[in-house]
Design a protein around this ligand. Structure first.
Ligand code: NAP
Length: 244
């Protein structure tokens, strides 16, 4: 039977690798994007060429109505969503004292409220079927805190709270909720920090390299699979040993 996954923020980076990994594992995938339409559509073409169903749908995850509309589109075109990967996220650097309201609100709106919006939108079907899986993408900075990224670290800590709380609330309904906390992963988000910071992060990572988007996609696919059927409320840290 066809199973449908929604991956938010799947036009680039970790979300893109996750959508490809899930597609390879047999999932029909809704590729959500915000600005990079061509990249999302190109991924969809690739997945379809591999014989899988896929669609690209634009929605700002911070906008509840847009997320509801995206889920309706996905459910009409692909079928009911059984796996939600809350991956869409943004980071902003700067001193806490220099972080204006707009920046603070936007980081929380995308990283935390975005995950809440998508979970609320997919849950009616999961609850009625008493089956489903949600994997949230947090960050090691949500576990240990981050200087000059306070809003980001708070939003990612909150994603862990969301994961654990939803896991407890939804377990009686047969829905598992877990979380991956990536370390430093080679994507545009880390490239934006510049070469020097990137090299410093490599040095600080015990395994001696940055993670690849595929490293995280593998962790997500595991949590989504039946091999993880007794796991819920967990934070799987995939960071090359960064916070051991
Ligand atoms: P990225 O390369 O910057 O890609 C971000 C993705 O999120 C893009 O596909 C982007 O879509 C999408 N997105 C951003 N805002 C959105 C919104 N409001 N609505 C819908 N989609 C939105 O980031 P990444 O490194 O892959 O990060 C993915 C997730 O992993 C994020 O939650 C991030 O916090 C987390 N993470 C990353 C690292 C790391 O080292 N890279 C470490 C820990 C955690 P468009 O391009 O189409 O706008």
């Amino acid at each position: 039977m066809k199973q449908v996954a929604l991956v938010t923020g799947a036009s680039r980076g970790i979300g893109r690798a996750t959508a490809a990994e899930l597609s390879g594992a047999g999932w029909a995938v809704c590729v959500n994007y915000l600005e990079h339409r061509e990249a999302a559509e190109e991924l969809v073409r690739q997945l379809r060429a591999g014989g899988r169903e896929a669609i690209a749908v634009r929605a700002d995850v911070a906008d509840r109505r847009a997320v509801d509309a995206m889920v309706r589109t996905a459910e009409t075109e692909l079928g009911p969503i059984e796996l939600l990967v809350n991956n869409a996220g943004i980071s902003r650097q700067g001193l806490f004292q220099d972080t204006d309201d707009e920046t603070w609100d936007r980081v929380l709106a995308v990283n935390l409220t975005g995950a809440r919006n998508a979970a609320r939108a997919v849950l009616p079907h999961m609850l009625s079927e008493k089956r489903g899986c949600i994997v949230n993408i947090s960050s090691i900075w949500g576990l240990r805190g981050a200087s000059c990224e306070v809003a980001y670290a708070c939003s990612k800590a909150a994603v862990i709270g969301l994961t654990r709380s939803l896991a407890l609330e939804l377990a009686p309904s047969g829905i598992r909720v877990n979380c991956v906390a990536p370390g430093c992963i080679e994507t545009d988000m880390v490239r934006a920090l510049g070469r020097e910071t990137r090299d410093m992060l490599v040095e600080e990572t015990p395994l001696g390299r940055l993670g690849t988007p595929e490293d995280i996609a593998h962790a997500v696919a595991f949590l989504a699979s039946s091999r993880a059927s007794f796991l819920t409320g967990q934070v799987l840290t995939a960071d090359g040993g960064f916070i051991v």
